[in-house]
Design a protein around this ligand. Structure first.
Ligand code: TEU
Length: 543
């Protein structure tokens, strides 16, 4: 992937910060609580910035903290330009950004352009009458002759429910790809485009480094609102929506961002499962700077499947000069460690074996995430090796069944794990399993912990140009092993990952004797590679 930037021979192209950065996703409700109400907040995040700088991450993506009735825990925004009192206020946000910048970390915030809350004043006005000033800001349609919704689209969290809600008072249906409390904006209305651009400027002027744009491929919809094809029955419309006008709209957003100094960026959540299609949302370096790519988030822990994911990604993005992203976990899906363990159980692995392998697999996955070509996103708590919380039925709160991965971060081994709540009721969700032992304070004390493994791998990456921006080539290995070579000129490293639970000859005779730079199991890293990988072991060696 060589882009001609008109440089002198031997001169290295400057790389935008977001290509070199390790991002860390903060889900504010569950990160850290400063005021004892059991819900995390901005001051809580601010109090932990030094810990994140110590970990070595370069940028934070903070999930929504805007005013919201919390029907979807902040992804239902009722004021884009204010902080919900639950999380603090604008002054605390400014202080958070200033402190993060002083520590050398960028701050990227979530922007939710596809829908607002039904409590947003725009929608309150829109539904007040067919003739209201904001009626055209949302997608309203008459019922079909039999009274049914305008088309067959289904919503994201309840696949048996239409993506439409009938408004009795005004006699029309409104569109919502998610909850009824999240009406979709109509970006065909120029006033919506202007108003949403204003919300970007509001935060850019406050100094944010960029945005993670929620379901951003939804800002264009086919104006005819045709039925989804019958063979996609049961697939939410948000996983299918892909129309040309969205690209124009992203181009305008890119122009807006690029007009600001300081390389402001946008990483889009394009929730489409075809990586080839997702690639089109980068445009030709004139739409999204980055887009999430979800097949790896759902990929099982198998060497062949990962090889396919990597090939597909690099083949789809490479020709456009588009920079990949890698995600193993986020706030919408079971953590990868939980997914891999559940898949092993389903495949008949003995539970005692799973206990032994679980930590090793998660450690190898960290090496994979942090050494692929592209920008890695670490989800809060993955650096502690957390698994999902068991959430009893009477504590389930999320309409999308995603509470387990949103469990609060256990900061220490005290009974409240760093979440002293005023009424002693504890945080809004239960803690992940084993929080007495698996918490930040305990892992900080233990040099062999997952926390130190993440820190060490991030540090290795930072000091190793081939891992940050080098070329990428898959290499031949034995079965069950994934191997790749990263290089900048003659400076090269090789990454080898054993996806199996038994020692294996990696099938890389040429690598025998190479200097070991990192082993995922934390075993002595001085010395040279013997050619054999331990069970579930990843190694980085000099190429
Ligand atoms: O997610 C969009 C999305 O498509 C996923 O929620 C997907 O439907 C889900 O992972 C399937 O399990 C974004 C946010 O990340 C999510 O938290 C919000 O609930 C959603 O948009 C609506 O804003």
């Amino acid at each position: 992937m060589t882009v001609d930037r008109g440089l002198a021979p031997g001169e290295e192209a400057p790389v935008p910060w977001w290509q070199e950065a390790v991002f860390y996703q903060v889900y504010p409700r569950s990160f850290a609580d400063s005021d004892g109400d059991g819900v995390g907040d901005l001051a809580g995040i601010r109090s932990r910035l030094a810990d994140l700088a110590w970990l070595g991450v370069d940028a934070l993506w903070i999930s929504p903290f805007f005013r919201s009735p919390m029907a979807d825990y902040g992804y239902d925004v009722s004021d884009y330009c204010d902080v919900d009192p639950l999380f603090g206020n604008l002054a605390e946000f400014d202080a958070l950004v200033a402190d993060a910048h002083a520590l050398g970390m960028r701050v990227v915030i979530d922007w939710v352009p596809n829908h607002t809350s039904d409590q947003h004043p725009w929608f309150v006005d829109a539904r007040s009458s067919r003739h209201s000033a904001h009626r055209s800001w949302y997608v309203w349609r008459d019922p079909r002759p039999d009274g049914s919704p305008p088309n067959n689209w289904v919503s994201a969290f309840d696949l048996s429910a239409p993506a439409w809600t009938f408004d009795e008072a005004t006699g029309q249906w409104y569109l919502h790809m998610f909850e009824p409390a999240q009406p979709d904006l109509d970006w065909d209305e120029p006033a919506v485009v202007d108003a949403m651009h204003e919300t970007l400027r509001f935060w850019l002027d406050r100094g944010v480094d960029g945005f993670r744009a929620d379901v951003v491929h939804g800002i264009g919809k086919d104006p005819a609102l045709p039925d989804d094809p019958p063979d996609t029955a049961g697939v939410p419309h948000c996983a299918l929506n892909d129309v040309p006008v969205t690209h124009e709209r992203l181009g305008a957003i890119r122009t807006l961002l690029d007009a600001y100094p300081g390389e402001r960026m946008m990483v889009g959540e394009v929730f489409l499962m075809s990586t080839e299609t997702v690639a089109t949302y980068y445009g030709h370096d004139d739409e999204l700077h980055l887009a999430f790519n979800f097949p790896p988030l759902f990929a099982p822990w198998l060497a062949d499947r990962w090889r396919d994911c990597i090939r597909t990604t690099l083949d789809a993005l490479g020709p456009r000069g588009a920079w990949p992203t890698w995600v193993l976990s986020n706030h919408d899906n079971p953590r990868h460690r939980t997914r891999y363990d559940l898949a092993a159980a389903r495949a008949g692995e003995d539970p005692a074996t799973t206990v032994r392998r679980s930590e090793r697999r998660a450690r190898a996955a960290a090496v994979l995430l942090l050494t692929l070509r592209g920008t890695p996103f670490v989800y809060q708590g993955d650096e502690l090796g957390l698994t999902d919380a068991d959430v009893p039925a009477d504590r389930v709160v999320d309409p999308g069944g995603r509470d387990g991965c949103r469990a609060p971060i256990p900061w220490d081994g005290t009974p409240d794990h760093g979440w002293p709540t005023r009424e002693g009721a504890g945080p809004w969700l239960p803690f992940p399993p084993d929080a007495d032992a698996r918490n930040r304070a305990a892992e900080l004390e233990d040099p062999s912990s997952m926390l130190h493994h993440y820190r060490g791998t991030i540090a290795l990456r930072r000091g190793c140009p081939p891992l940050v921006r080098g070329t990428f080539d898959l290499v031949d290995t034995s079965d069950g092993v994934l191997g790749y070579r990263r290089a900048v000129g003659s400076d090269a490293v090789e990454v080898l990952i054993n996806f199996g639970g038994a020692p294996v000859d990696a099938g890389r005779p040429s690598a025998v004797g190479a200097d070991l730079l990192l082993t995922s199991d934390g075993v002595e890293v001085t010395g040279s590679f013997t050619g054999v990988l331990g069970p579930d072991q990843a190694v980085v060696i000099r190429g």
